[in-house]
Unconditional design. Sequence first.
Length: 318
Amino acid sequence: MKSGLISIIIPSFNEASNIELIYKALDKEFADIHYDYEVLFINDGSTDDTLHYIKKLASNNPRVKYISFTRNFGKEVALLAGFQHVNGDATIVMDADLQHPCSLIKPFIKGFEEGYHQVIAKRNRKGDGRIRSCLSSLYYCIINKIVEVDLRDGIGDFRLLSRKAVEALLMLNEGNRFSKGLFSWIGLNQKIIYYDNVARQNGKSKWSFSKLFNYGIDGVISFNNKPLRLCFYTGAFILLLSLVYIFVNLIMIIRDGITEPGYFTTISAVLFLGGVQLLSLGVIGEYIGRIYYETKKRPHYLIQETNINNGENNESNQ
Ligand code: UDP
Ligand code: MG
């Protein structure tokens, strides 16, 4: 007799070579776990044979569910779709590329049975490029000073969430989703499990440097308005400085007359102020852009096909 159901959400984007491997690994792991399980693959607009392999698995195994998007909507949205469609008493989020070891599932479930609502896997940076690790440590150091939610290096989406945690996440309906922040925002009691970083098995990472950089900015912007306030203070400070500068110069001109053409000072003032203004405009633009997208109230994703039976084939979903 099984104690309950564990759902596993696997966002998959061009992971054809990994689908069968991850399913086999999971199946093996669950052989001696006293919970039943379902695996929900979210095919995030893959352009390779990912969907074919997922369907093949699903046709042989009723535990395999899938949702296939009409295009690539991004991992964050894939996770949202997953949360909206799982039935488990607890849900595990993991990547398709076998970087998240199945051996952590037992400790996850143990944590869940101990009453934790989030059991979180934290990896070290073994095998990661040195520059990438340094930049991420620096990023987390800075971001934690800026945003209200607690974000930590090495903690990603790989975790177990109780039903209550999943329901809490579903209440956060924003379109621009920064999962790491959302997971932290909902709170609930948490347990951390440590593991060694594993290299990707097949295919390559979808994270280019520029994607990571944009993701970093999302982290800052999604969770507060401090950057806006920083612009305000910087602007105010510079305005004050320039007023002092103008006042002092005016006095000197009245006293001594114009002695030098002031080329250097003019140019530097223009450049500096121009820079600050552009930066501030950029920050404001970021927020306005987000408001723009949120007000559209578009569905977060569109489903092309699914084997989940609640009549939402080819239907949009919020
Ligand atoms: N992924 C996704 N949609 C995307 C990009 C990635 O569903 O647009 C999935 C991908 O298939 C994998 C997981 O998200 O299962 C993590 O992606 P990846 O391994 O590229 O990230 P990394 O491990 O390098 O952070
Ligand atoms: Mg990966």
